[in-house]
Design a protein around this ligand. Sequence first.
Ligand SMILES: NC(=O)c1ccc[n+]([C@@H]2O[C@H](COP(=O)([O-])OP(=O)(O)OC[C@H]3O[C@@H](n4cnc5c(N)ncnc54)[C@H](O)[C@@H]3O)[C@@H](O)[C@H]2O)c1
Length: 304
Amino acid sequence: MTLTIAIIGVGEVGAAAAYALILNNVCAKLLLVDNRSSHLDGQVKDLSDSAFKEQNGTRIEAATYREASQADIVIFAAAAKRGIGETTLQYRDRSAATLHNVIEAINPFKQNAILLVVSHPVDTLTTIAQRLSHLPPTQVIGTGTFLESIRLRGLLANQFGVAASSVDAMVLGKHGESQFVPWHLVNVGGVSINELSPSDPIDRDKITQDCRRKGEQIIEEKGAIAYGIASAVSTICTSILLDRRQVYPVSYMQENLGCALSMPAVLGRSGIESTLAVSLGSFDKQRLQYSASEIKKRVDSNIQ
Ligand SMILES: NC(=O)c1ccc[n+]([C@@H]2O[C@H](COP(=O)([O-])OP(=O)(O)OC[C@H]3O[C@@H](n4cnc5c(N)ncnc54)[C@H](O)[C@@H]3O)[C@@H](O)[C@H]2O)c1
């Protein structure tokens, strides 16, 4: 069986994700799709060099949407450039239209394919992708707050002077302004954060804000985000294809809310294998309800 991953949109994020997948030797074949044909040819050549160097046998090929439909995982990382004078809402609706066109060109997906949405607005696009792809909800996943969770671990690790891998912490909810940190679940080396007393007190509000703002800062400073999200994509794909059943906060359909939002999920060969119930306070529950109503409004206005 040839494990194949297709990446739709090989700009900054798609290409960095491809590079991480090659280095981590996740699949036998990487199919790349992009509507800028000469850019696509260049990416295939450039990434092939890294695969030849790694000698891990990952084959890199340019592909059509129909060829991508047969991949085990299809990653949606396409985005249009923001137009001059375009509002955020107009731009987001255009991103939804791009997703719509791409899914129509791909449909039908291979029966057990996993669709991984990376592009923003990630929760809205994941919800739309689930409706349009006709894949079961467990097979449509958004990267959601995974990257923010990685950032949260990093910030806490720095403060406690430990490795990020020794920190267990997640950002949940709707990616962006209303994402939140369930602090009662945070632990360092298995010890609850509520029982730890670091030399510098932990400013939870500041850390939550820093986590929210880091993406904007990176974009202001270098124009795009690539490596952190690429690592997140590679980790998600590895857990799925190797059926590792690791638990990560990703965006997926929340039955009770009617849209996709980030909650912890067990990722394996079928996508979302199972979910973990998280106890939340009433404020966070209200925040989820509000986020869900906002997402559903955008989804309804984009799918007639
Ligand atoms: N989920 C996250 O945490 C996260 C992090 C960083 C970026 N993003 C999002 O990822 C997306 C991609 O960002 P980027 O920096 O790579 O953008 P980019 O502009 O560098 O690349 C987008 C690519 O998509 C291609 N494209 C556009 N329409 C297409 C179509 N219909 N079919 C195929 N390809 C198409 C473009 O030609 C381009 O190569 C954006 O929506 C961005 O906001 C998400």
